[in-house]
Design a protein around this ligand. Structure first.
Ligand code: BEZ
Ligand code: FE
Length: 291
């Protein structure tokens, strides 16, 4: 164990993890060591460069708090979150596809009534109604499913980034009725840049990448006996669909919000002015039970 070659060092480190009792943890750690060592050899990393990397990761950790999640942002930016989604999603072809959760999810948001707006601020934005059903892959309704939604305000900021917005602005959850039906009221989502005032912003700058996400509404749909779904609905008219900074767009999640003339939906939505609407069904997979 003295005067080792590069290859011997890797082998010795792998051996040290050999007795990890949990076999999955052992597999993950040994593979991580193998790939990290291969990376160092591949680029012939210098000590200065590694120190720079350590300082970068330290800064990523240090800027995190209960509202700022720079670590998720980094993972999203490197395409790792999306790759994990791809290798682990394994959804049935008929089910709604999932995508990244992102760093701005907040649990335990308020319940919203049928068609109640999640926009808590007075604003002139045209309302957007998303109506549909939560069903399983056979088309059967998932009665009582919870549909949690969140999005930015028209300034491109989530409530937790913006002192001007009330807590839980543009967030909340709806309960599907016995037929699996729901009615969400919000406003048209906007494209927005991810935060660039921290180390991930420095990374984007140094690599000449833009920080934009295409306009989207987030949704997390859960129901007893079903696999939870975390997804987005993307606006089909957004120019950033093909260059999302976090690589999270899937074609099946892209929709056009249709304009509705004033007076056409008084009965359904209770508004007399114009609005936008989208018919959208969430298709959940039933959870496998037993062995
Ligand atoms: C989001 O859509 O909220 C988001 C996702 C990944 C990185 C930054 C933001
Ligand atoms: Fe978002």
């Amino acid at each position: 164990m003295r005067n080792m070659t590069e290859a011997e060092l890797t082998e010795v480190v792998l051996q040290r993890y050999q007795n990890t009792p949990d076999p999955r943890l052992r597999e993950i750690l040994q593979s991580l060591v193998r790939h990290l060592h291969a990376f160092v050899r591949d680029v012939r990393l210098t000590e200065d460069e590694w120190m720079h990397g350590i300082q970068f990761l330290t800064a990523v950790g240090q800027i995190c708090d209960d509202k700022r999640q720079e670590m998720i942002l980094l993972s999203d930016n490197l395409g790792v979150s999306m790759l994990v989604n791809m290798v682990s999603a394994g959804v049935a072809p008929a089910a709604t596809e999932s995508t990244v959760v992102g760093p701005f999810y907040v649990p335990d948001t308020p319940a919203r009534e049928w068609g109640e707006s999640i926009q808590q601020l007075p604003c002139d934005d045209v309302p957007l109604f998303v109506r549909g059903r939560v069903v399983d892959v056979s088309g059967a309704p998932v009665a009582g499913a919870q549909i949690e939604v969140w999005q930015t305000n028209s300034n491109g900021m989530y409530d937790i980034q913006d002192a001007e917005q009330p807590v839980n602005n543009l967030r909340g959850w709806y309960r599907a009725n016995d037929n699996g039906e729901f009615l969400v009221r919000t406003v048209r989502p906007v494209r927005y840049p991810i935060p660039t005032d921290g180390p991930v912003g420095e990374l984007l700058n140094a690599t000449d990448r833009h920080p934009w996400r295409p306009a989207h509404l987030h949704a997390k749909v859960t129901a007893a006996g079903c696999k939870p779904l975390i997804t987005h609905i993307f606006d089909a008219e957004d120019p950033y669909l093909d260059s999302d900074v976090v690589f999270a767009v899937k074609q099946s999640l892209v929709r056009k919000f249709e304009p509705v003339a004033a007076g056409a939906r008084v009965g359904e939505y209770g508004i007399s002015g114009p609005c936008l609407e989208l018919g959208y069904d969430f298709v959940l997979e039933r959870a496998r039970t037993g062995g």
